[in-house]
Write a protein that binds this ligand. Structure first.
Ligand code: ATP
Length: 249
């Protein structure tokens, strides 16, 4: 039986000179969980993400994913093992169609990692790309140039690109940044739907989003875990109120 915990860090630390961006973080995320990481600016959220995805190597501490230690593995290795990250900065190709954007990502993944030799029954890159676009609500816009999508739709397409590798763990960096309230609501629904079949960890500044969609929340402050719990536990946590939520109202 697979381990109930998909991602675990122990004493995870990253220093930049004398500044300790992430300072001894212990986090456990269960399979199928939707976990949000929150905290004030400079709390270490982005650095924590980079450590998990392998973009940045830790100064000390350890990371396990799906029962294997991944400490210090580069991003292409963590991607191969099933970790995908959707970036804050847009990584959509504007002059390709919506379908091409996802098709290229699916094909790239298939080539790099022999995806099609796996016995998952999917044999066609286009079919897989269309299926992904259907799951993110863009099936009716397959032939549209990505440049012509709204901001919210572009962010959804980024999600589609991240899903190309069918990751076990999806890392989302501020998925609703720059979105209107309507786009934010639609994206929240979409993330919940996507989370039904996989584990999602996200960094998000909008408290309304975090409180509504998370199973559990980790609050970082000055590189350390200030609190962890359900949305209700975090909302009513006195330390979180004092150091973060009170200040962010
Ligand atoms: P924000 O909400 O503003 O994005 P954050 O919680 O994501 O902040 P990080 O971006 O992880 O915080 O930054 C944590 C600390 O580490 C900050 O003081 C930041 O200036 C510093 N830091 C991050 N990356 C680097 C780097 N490459 N070199 C030097 N210092 C860095």
């Amino acid at each position: 039986m697979p381990d109930a915990v998909l991602l675990r860090t122990e004493g995870l630390t990253r220093a930049y000179g004398s500044l300790i961006a992430v300072a001894g973080v212990d986090v456990s995320v269960k399979r199928g969980e939707l976990r949000s990481i929150i905290g004030p600016n400079g709390a270490g959220k982005t650095t924590f993400f980079r450590l998990i995805s392998g973009e940045t190597a830790p100064s000390s501490g350890r990371i396990w994913f799906d029962g294997k230690e991944i400490t210090g593995l580069p991003q292409h290795e963590t991607a191969r093992l099933g970790i995908a990250k959707s970036y804050q900065i847009t990584n959509v190709f504007p002059h390709l169609s919506v379908l091409e954007n996802v098709r290229v990502a699916v094909q790239g993944y298939a080539r790099s990692f022999n995806f099609w030799s796996r016995s998952d029954g999917l044999t066609d890159v286009r079919e897989r790309a269309v299926k992904i676009l259907d799951s993110i609500g863009l099936a009716s816009k397959l032939d549209m140039l990505a440049a012509h999508l709204s901001h919210g739709e572009k962010r959804h397409l980024e999600l589609g690109i991240a899903l190309a590798s069918d990751p076990a763990l999806l890392l989302l960096d501020e998925p609703t940044a720059g979105m209107s309230p309507e786009e934010t609501d639609a994206t929240m629904l979409l993330i919940r739907e996507l989370a039904a079949g996989r584990t999602v960890v996200l960094v998000e500044h909008k408290m309304k989003v975090v409180m509504r969609i998370s199973d559990r929340i980790t609050v970082l402050h000055q590189g350390q875990v200030l609190a962890e719990g359900t949305p209700e536990e975090i909302r009513t946590n006195a330390r979180v109120q004092q150091t973060y939520l009170g200040a962010s109202r």
